[in-house]
Design a binder for this molecule. Structure first.
Ligand code: CA
Length: 143
C-alpha cells in the first residue's frame, strides 16, 4: 500500500490539490439570498408547506411529475402562490434534481428553469399552465 502511494505520489498529490481547490471554490461561491415576497395569504402554514413540498416532490427526482406540478397549484390566488414561493425558499438543485452535495441553491423559478425544457413537447403545456397560474403574481418565467 505504502509502495503504491510512493510510486503514484505525483498523480495523487495533483488529484488531492484539485479536489481541495474545488472545495475552496465551492465554499467561497456567493450564496444566493431569497427575497421573500410580502403576502397576505390566509391559508394555514401547514397547507402552504405541503404545497411547497409537492412542488419539490414533482421535480426532485429524475424527470418531472407534470401533473402534480400543475395540480398542486391550481386554484390558488396570488397571495397563496407568493406564500408557496416563500415557503419553497432555496433548495439545492443538481441538473434538475435534488442535489445535497453538488447542488446550487435555487428558488422555485430556478427549479422550474432547470426542470422544464421549453423545447420539449411534453413540457410545453406544463410551462403554459404554470405561466398562466403564476401570471397573477409579480413572478415571471425566465422564458
Ligand atoms: Ca427533476
Amino acid at each position: 500500500m505504502m509502495k503504491f502511494f510512493i510510486k503514484n505520489r505525483k498523480p495523487i498529490l495533483i488529484g488531492a490539490g484539485i479536489l481541495t481547490a474545488l472545495l475552496i471554490i465551492k465554499s467561497r461561491r456567493k450564496k444566493p439570498i431569497l427575497r421573500p415576497l410580502p403576502t397576505l395569504s390566509m391559508l394555514p402554514k401547514a397547507t402552504i408547506q405541503s404545497i411547497a413540498a409537492m412542488q419539490y416532490q414533482a421535480m426532485a427526482q429524475f424527470g418531472t411529475d407534470e401533473e402534480l406540478l400543475v395540480r398542486s397549484l391550481e386554484g390558488l390566488g396570488a397571495e397563496d402562490l407568493k406564500a408557496v414561493y416563500n415557503e419553497f425558499g432555496l433548495r439545492p438543485n443538481f441538473m434538475g434534481d435534488s442535489g445535497e452535495y453538488f447542488g446550487r441553491d435555487l428558488d422555485l423559478f430556478g427549479w422550474y428553469a432547470e426542470d422544464l425544457d421549453p423545447t420539449d413537447e411534453d413540457d410545453i403545456p406544463v410551462i403554459a399552465d404554470l405561466k398562466r397560474i403564476w401570471s397573477v403574481t409579480p413572478l415571471k418565467f425566465p422564458y
